[in-house]
Design a protein around this ligand. Structure first.
Ligand SMILES: [Zn+2]
Length: 347
């Protein structure tokens, strides 16, 4: 069954407590990987469930509607995602299977394709549910097209929009939806949840680095990327390398199959620098918790100004990381600056 997470009880009750039930347009916002999608799927299944145990209960998991939903074939449910996110085999037969680059956006054709679904009654009951995620992937024509439907939604139709970056949404879309915020779970809740998942115990070591978002940590574990992140961490703890060696190490990590993308490498370095600055002032690590010994070894003699300066440089560098003209030179520059930032201060 589609399960919402334990730490989302209050959001769930807020939507189901009113006798009229949830609003017809819901916008779930918050950082990636805290369970918004799971919540949205649980909500969709519950809206279509034919025998919920009570108003506040989850979907029953057993009625014909729940079974259709769980098999991914519910005729009254539409899941709208960018074409590029549709997995092989999941795509419908009509879609173009050529090598044309798939869009990362949700396009107007996808929203227009909802019109029949929205304006013609449901198959099993009058209820129909549309889940759009991430909502910020809608381009402007698509968003405007959705807006027309949201202005006068037919009865029985529910929209669930999921957004990781709500600032990129059209204000007119937001104003039509009831917004629900999803924060990061308590570390204890996140750890307990991860521990219960298959392979989750191994993903625990990524939880800090993924800013406490347990679903991202689990996904990275499932993609086999623990070692890749661990490799970057180890390279950062070592201040004995020269910049060419360090850059070479990073280059091989970026090139390797299953390795990190350049942006991810830079983001990881940035998190470490954030932590070093934080450690120097508060003695705590946010992303690299458990690595206090390594942080201590590095920052004991460094100058906080040099670390902060490098942090700011990385903000700029990160913007270039997608397409560096020369990856080798790019990494050498990042490495040289890194070693300079953590070098013992001269004074
Ligand atoms: Zn059911």
């Amino acid at each position: 069954m589609n399960k919402r997470l334990d730490w989302h009880k209050s959001q769930w009750s807020r939507l189901w407590e009113p006798e009229a039930g949830p609003p017809h347009a819901m916008l779930l916002v918050g950082v990636k990987g805290v369970g918004k999608s799971l919540f949205a799927m649980a909500m969709a299944q519950r809206l279509l469930c034919e025998h919920p145990a009570s108003r506040l209960a989850d979907a029953c998991g057993d009625c014909p509607s729940c079974r259709l939903f769980q098999s991914g074939n519910h005729p009254d449910f539409r899941h709208v995602i960018p074409e590029a996110d549709i997995e092989e085999g999941e795509a419908d037969a009509s879609s173009d299977s050529s090598d044309k680059k798939k869009s990362n956006q949700i396009l107007i054709a996808q929203i227009r394709a909802l019109e029949d679904f929205v304006y013609i009654g449901g198959h099993r009951s009058n209820r129909r549910v549309i889940l759009i995620e991430p909502a910020e992937a809608m381009n402007v024509p698509a968003a405007n097209s959705l807006l027309k439907i949201l202005e006068e939604p037919p009865s029985g139709v529910y929209f669930i929009l999921v957004s990781n970056r709500q600032r990129s949404l059209l204000p007119t879309i937001k104003s039509r939806c009831r917004t629900l915020s999803f924060g990061r779970p308590d570390p204890a809740d996140a750890e307990a949840w991860l521990t219960r998942q298959e392979g989750g115990k191994k993903a625990l070591s990524l939880l800090g680095l993924m800013a406490g978002a347990p679903i991202v940590a689990l996904e990275e574990y499932e993609r086999g990327r623990i070692e890749a992140f661990e490799g970057v961490a180890l390279s950062l703890f070592d201040n004995s390398a020269d910049f060419m060696a360090l850059a070479g190490r990073w280059e091989s990590m970026v090139k390797k199959d299953g390795g990190l993308r350049m942006e991810e490498l830079i983001a990881t370095i940035q998190k470490w620098i954030f932590d070093l600055a934080n450690f120097k002032t508060t003695g705590r690590l946010r992303y690299f918790s458990g690595r206090e010994r390594q942080a201590e070894g590095l920052v004991a003699k460094t100058n906080i100004d040099a670390i902060l300066k490098y942090y700011n440089e990385l903000l700029r560098i990160r913007g270039l990381a997608g397409h560096p003209l020369n990856p080798k030179l790019f990494l050498e520059d990042v490495a040289a600056r890194y070693l300079r930032a953590i070098a013992p201060s001269q004074s």
